[in-house]
Ligand binder design. Structure first.
Ligand code: NDP
Length: 276
C-alpha cells in the first residue's frame, strides 16, 4: 500500500475512507456502518472523521466499525475551531477518543482556522502527543499564509494540511502544494470527487473510457499520481467503496496525464484556497 512520510517520520496511507455526512440520520446509519466495515475488510488503511460530522455520531459509527477487529486502520480526526483553546482542544480530543473507543488518534487536525489562537491549539496538540493520545497533529483548510504562520510556531506541525483538492479544483498547485512539498508535508486531498460533481464532466468520462476505468477511479488515480498527496473519498455504498479502492491499481500514462491537464488545466495565478 502506498504511503507518504509525515514531517514526524511516521507513514500516512495514501487512501482512506471519508465520513462527512455520516451519522446525520438514524435511518442511514446501518448502511454507513456496513460501508465502513466493508471498506476495512477490503483493506482500506485509513479513516478520516471529525467531531463535527453528525456532531460526534460519525466518530461513534467509526468506533462501531472498528470494534472487535484485531488490527485497526490509521485514524484521523479533527477539532472544531470553537473548541480549539488550550484546554478545549484537550477536552475535545478526550471526547473523540471516547466516541471512537480508542486510546489514541493517529493524526489530529485543527478543522479550520478561526476562534482560538493557533499557538494555544498547538500547545494542546503537543501535550496530547506527549501523553500518547495523538500520534501527530496538523491542520485543515490552511492556505499558504496560514501555513507560514503555523510553521513559525515552536516545533511546527508534525502532520498534514487537509484541503479541498481535486481535478476540478487545482488551486493548491500554484503555491500551497509546492511550499508543502519543499518541507515534506503531505497534502491530504478532501472531496476528491468534488462531492460527485466531477464525475458528471464529459472529458473525465471520455478519458476514463480510454483508460478502461470509471470516472471516479480516474479522478482518484490522478491524485495518487501527484507526489506528496493522499486522499479520502467518502461512500456509504459497498459497490462504490470497492470501486474507489480499485483506483489504486489504475496506472496513468504520460499521455493521459497530459490529456487531463488539457481538460482540467492547472492554475496560472494564485487562487485563494477554496473550502467546503
Ligand atoms: P467526495 O468527493 O469524497 O464525494 C462523496 C460523494 O460522492 C458522495 O455523495 C458519494 O455518494 C459519492 N461517491 C463516492 N464514490 C463514488 C463513486 N465511485 N461513484 C459515484 N459517486 C461516488 O466528497 P466528500 O466531501 O465526502 O470528501 C471526502 C471526505 O473528505 C469527507 O467525507 C471528509 O472525511 C473529508 N472532508 C473534509 C473537509 C474539511 O474541511 N477538512 C471538508 C469536506 C470533506 P455515496 O456515499 O452514495 O456513494
Amino acid at each position: 500500500m502506498r504511503s507518504c512520510k509525515l514531517p514526524s517520520g511516521a507513514e500516512m496511507p495514501a487512501l482512506g475512507l471519508g465520513t462527512w455526512r455520516m451519522g446525520e440520520s438514524a435511518r442511514r446509519r446501518p448502511e454507513e456502518l456496513d460501508a465502513l466495515k466493508y471498506g476495512l475488510d477490503l483493506g482500506y488503511p485509513m479513516i478520516d472523521t471529525a467531531e463535527m460530522y453528525g456532531e460526534g455520531s460519525a466518530e461513534e459509527i467509526v468506533g462501531d466499525a472498528l470494534h472487535g477487529r484485531s488490527t485497526r486502520p490509521y485514524i484521523v480526526s479533527k477539532v472544531y475551531p470553537h473548541n480549539a483553546s488550550r484546554a478545549g482542544t484537550i477536552a475535545a480530543c478526550e471526547r473523540s477518543l471516547k466516541r471512537l473507543r480508542l486510546e489514541r488518534i493517529d493524526l489530529y487536525l485543527l478543522h479550520w482556522r478561526g476562534g482560538a489562537r493557533i499557538e494555544e491549539t498547538f500547545e494542546a496538540f503537543h501535550k496530547l502527543k506527549n501523553a500518547g493520545k495523538i500520534g501527530d497533529f496538523g491542520v485543515s483548510n490552511f492556505d499558504l499564509d496560514d501555513m507560514q504562520d503555523a510553521a513559525r510556531l515552536d516545533g511546527g506541525l508534525t502532520g498534514t494540511n487537509q484541503v479541498l483538492y481535486c481535478l476540478s479544483r487545482r488551486g493548491p498547485e500554484f503555491d500551497l502544494l509546492p511550499w508543502m512539498r519543499k518541507r515534506s508535508i503531505p497534502l491530504m486531498a478532501y472531496s476528491p470527487l468534488d462531492q460527485g460533481g466531477l464525475l458528471r464532466k464529459a472529458p473525465l468520462k471520455k478519458l476514463a473510457d480510454e483508460v478502461g476505468c470509471t470516472p471516479a477511479q480516474l479522478a482518484l488515480a490522478w491524485l495518487f499520481a501527484q507526489p506528496g498527496v493522499v486522499t479520502i473519498p467518502k461512500s456509504s455504498n459497498r459497490e462504490r467503496v470497492k470501486e474507489n479502492f480499485a483506483a489504486l491499481q489504475v496506472k496513468l500514462t504520460p499521455e493521459i496525464l497530459h490529456e487531463l491537464d488539457r481538460a482540467f488545466p492547472p492554475p496560472r495565478t494564485k487562487q485563494p484556497l477554496e473550502m467546503l
